[in-house]
Design a protein around this ligand. Structure first.
Ligand code: NAI
Length: 554
């Protein structure tokens, strides 16, 4: 008669020291654990002590990654409880360092590594994934990891981190998620020269070779997991928009860098509109930066402005972009297709202050990665033109931010409506508390993911991101607005995300994209709320029937 420690070793099923006496007996694992029967509170207390004892955030990242490997439910319970403190460890900025050092810190690889050497067999590789019902795939090719460039297969850390937040922030079940890196080589010489680099040792595939490989992946993913939504993540600007345009009308997919960013920025603008009692069409926007983030936000703003009655051309006229050579005009050369539509008539204007003075924008959005570009003269000019200048320095990380919260508030004499890409601490200005909001995509993509998961949406559209933005802005309380906070507190992200997901799912149903049987206008809210996965040991699906070990013990 032998025990069966598989229940103890299975990261999805284990409770570790929380197994009760009865469970220990039933599974034949008595003695394999110390005497004490611990509750989650005690286990979490120990985890927090472990985390505190680590010397760096990278060490904390490695510890949490290990916890995810051996006790998934405990990992998510800890993450949910301490989301504000742990999000920067599980995701940016620490995940960036983890991706850079992937070759050196790798323990047990997570996710799927699909490389060019698998060409012609990608479907089989996907079928090697042990979970049968994948619903959300986050895929990167590792070429533009955050602001860190080409990190090859080290980029897998991004899909892993993002999917952990799908679960922690919105309750998307972890077994329905799949992180993927497409290994098409790397142009990072340091990686190619590193004997520990575990990816394909060749330069990146480009052109037809690249496109064909992505196509094989997309077709194979549809075949292996027909209900899965594909989230493209951290592709370089050259590929991100073309890939989105190629697949958005063919499969259920989206690009968070473009559409998630756009939605969170527009949610901030909706909240600003609430403060000012204006509509978006009443604003004139200047984007400092003309990359994926800028054009994505500008496009979604235009969609909203057309809903408010402007023509498409009138809406585009209200959005101007600047790149490293100045204001984007008809004279600007080398523009990509998605930038062309925001090229306007007008004289070349090389400086930001010049553009602010001539265009007189009410909204200034920084997506340039140029630190301190919003200097005192720029912010004072914005404050001279506008009663409440809207100033969003969105570039990440903090070291790249176009200005700090303090700069924007002090130089506008407390009048700026502010949000940033990276977090800034609360501050006082002339005795008044000011809490800066962070326009973090995490307010959007887990919620959209939950809506798509619960309805098995056939498509993900810009309209859904606009609905997510509206639903997010609607949850900002008057108390939040009173201290300048234009996003709900991150500590309430779970509740916020589920509410956003409900609104997005309603739209999915309205538009006829829901493939889940029995989901209709009446049932959709309860379906979404019912789909939320709980990490508790006693949650449905958490326990395992002890029959296996009972048999084993006979
Ligand atoms: P990208 O590389 O596609 O675009 C950067 C743009 O900045 C390019 O158009 C470039 O010409 C322009 N630029 C560079 N130097 C400039 C200069 N001196 N003056 C004016 N423009 C200049 O990058 P992407 O994806 O658009 O991201 C931009 C920034 O936005 C990054 O820092 C990223 O982290 C941040 N971001 C923040 C998000 C958030 O907080 N929710 C989401 C997505 C992006």
């Amino acid at each position: 008669m032998q025990g069966d420690r598989s229940v103890l070793d299975d990261p999805r099923l284990t409770k570790g020291t929380a197994f009760t006496d009865a469970e220990r007996r039933a599974h034949g694992i008595e003695g394999l654990l110390p005497e004490a029967i611990e509750g989650t509170d005690l286990q979490i207390r120990r985890c927090r002590m472990h985390l505190e004892s680590k010397a760096s955030d990278l060490d904390r990242y490695i510890y949490l990654s290990g916890l995810q490997d051996y006790n998934e439910r405990l990992f998510y319970q800890l993450l949910e409880r301490d989301i504000q403190a742990l999000m920067p460890v599980v995701y940016t900025p620490t995940v960036g360092e983890a991706c850079q050092k992937f070759a050196h810190i790798m323990r047990q690889p997570k996710g799927l590594f699909i490389s060019l050497s698998h060409r012609g067999r990608v479907r089989d590789i996907l079928r090697n994934w042990p979970e049968p019902e994948v619903r959300v795939i986050v895929v990167t090719d590792g070429e533009r990891i955050l602001g860190l460039g080409d990190l090859g297969v080290g980029g897998i850390g991004i899909p892993i981190g993002k999917l952990a937040l799908y679960t922690a922030c919105a309750g998307v079940p972890p077994h329905s998620t799949l992180p993927v890196v497409l290994d098409v080589g790397t142009n990072n010489d340091a990686l190619l020269d590193d004997p520990l680099y575990p990816g394909l040792r060749r330069r990146r595939a480009v052109g037809g070779e690249y496109d064909d490989f992505v196509e094989e992946f997309v077709v194979a993913a549809q075949d292996a997991f027909p209900h899965a939504c594909v989230q493209f993540e951290d592709f370089t600007n050259r590929n991100a928009t073309p890939l989105l345009h190629r697949y958005r009308d063919r499969i259920s997919c989206f690009n968070d860098d473009i559409q998630g960013t756009a939605a969170v920025a527009v949610a901030g603008l909706f909240a600003a509109c609430r403060i000012e009692q204006r509509r978006l069409r009443d604003h004139r926007l200047l984007f400092f930066g003309a990359g994926s983030a800028a054009t994505g936000i500008a496009e979604l703003c235009c969609l909203q402005m057309t809903r408010e009655g402007l023509s498409r051309d009138e809406a585009r006229e209200r959005c101007s972009l600047m790149n490293s050579r100045g204001l984007v005009t008809h004279e600007t050369t080398g523009l990509l297709d998605h930038q062309q539509s925001f090229a306007h008539r007008g004289a070349p204007e090389p400086t930001l202050i010049g553009a602010v003075k001539s265009l007189r924008p009410s909204v200034l959005i920084g997506v340039s990665t140029v630190p301190k570009a919003f200097d005192r003269a720029v912010i004072e000019a914005m404050a001279e033109i506008n009663e409440r200048p809207v100033i969003f320095p969105y570039s990440n990380p903090t070291s790249k931010s176009e200005c700090s919260a303090r700069d924007a508030i002090e130089w506008s004499n407390g009048r700026a409506i502010f949000a940033s890409g990276s977090p800034f601490p609360p501050m006082h200005h002339h005795g008044k508390l000011f809490v800066p909001g962070q326009g973090n995509n995490v307010y959007i993509y887990p919620a959209v993911g939950l809506a798509v998961y619960a309805t098995i949406a056939a498509r993900v559209t810009d309209e859904m991101f606009l609905r997510a933005a509206e639903a997010l802005a609607a949850q900002v309380s008057e108390e939040d607005l009173a201290v300048g906070l234009i996003y709900p507190p991150i500590s309430e992200i779970r509740r916020t995300s589920v509410n956003v997901a409900v609104e997005v799912a309603k739209l999915i149903v309205e538009r006829g994209f829901a493939r889940e049987l029995g989901v209709d206008a009446k049932t959709v809210e309860s379906r979404v709320r019912g789909a939320v996965w709980s990490a508790g040991y006693d949650a449905p699906g958490a326990s395992v029937a002890p029959t296996t070990s009972a048999t084993a013990r006979e």
